[in-house]
Design a protein around this ligand. Structure first.
Ligand code: 5GP
Ligand code: ZN
Length: 113
């Protein structure tokens, strides 16, 4: 499968990791849109938010736990941050391996684009 994030999980494509466990990986976005721009992904290849199912409930909860921890470690928990998931074409999804963007470190603009 030709998935750039699966390659990052495997290690065949390098990344600047900030968190890893058996199920989840987080790394700096290669084109940061804010001073803090980290991608949080399940290691399993789930293409989009539409493919998330009940069996992923624990994984999804853990992804949000990891997001909170990283926000605190990055020093943006109190100043604030945004968690974004882009789904499919109209959502602006480019990489079809589920991910959350953790954005912060500056005042972000309006959500609607
Ligand atoms: P999407 O639009 O799919 O929600 O966002 C995909 C994100 O992945 C973009 O912000 C893009 O900069 C990032 N990205 C794409 N390829 C790579 C890569 O090879 N390494 C890293 N670290 N980020 C990537
Ligand atoms: Zn993948």
């Amino acid at each position: 499968m030709d998935c750039i994030f699966c390659k990052i999980v495997e290690g065949s494509v390098p990344s600047r990791k900030v968190f890893e466990n058996e199920r989840i990986l987080a790394f700096h976005d290669i084109q940061p849109a804010a001073p803090v721009h980290i991608l949080i992904i399940p290691k399993a290849h789930i293409p989009t938010m539409n493919d998330v199912a009940a069996e992923h409930d624990a994984l999804m909860a853990e992804i949000f736990t990891v997001a909170r921890q990283i926000a605190a470690e990055q020093g943006i928990a109190e100043s604030g941050y945004r968690l974004v998931n882009n789904c499919n074409a109209d959502g602006g999804q480019v990489v079809y391996h589920l991910h959350l963007h953790l954005l912060g470190g500056r005042k972000l603009g309006a959500v609607t684009g």
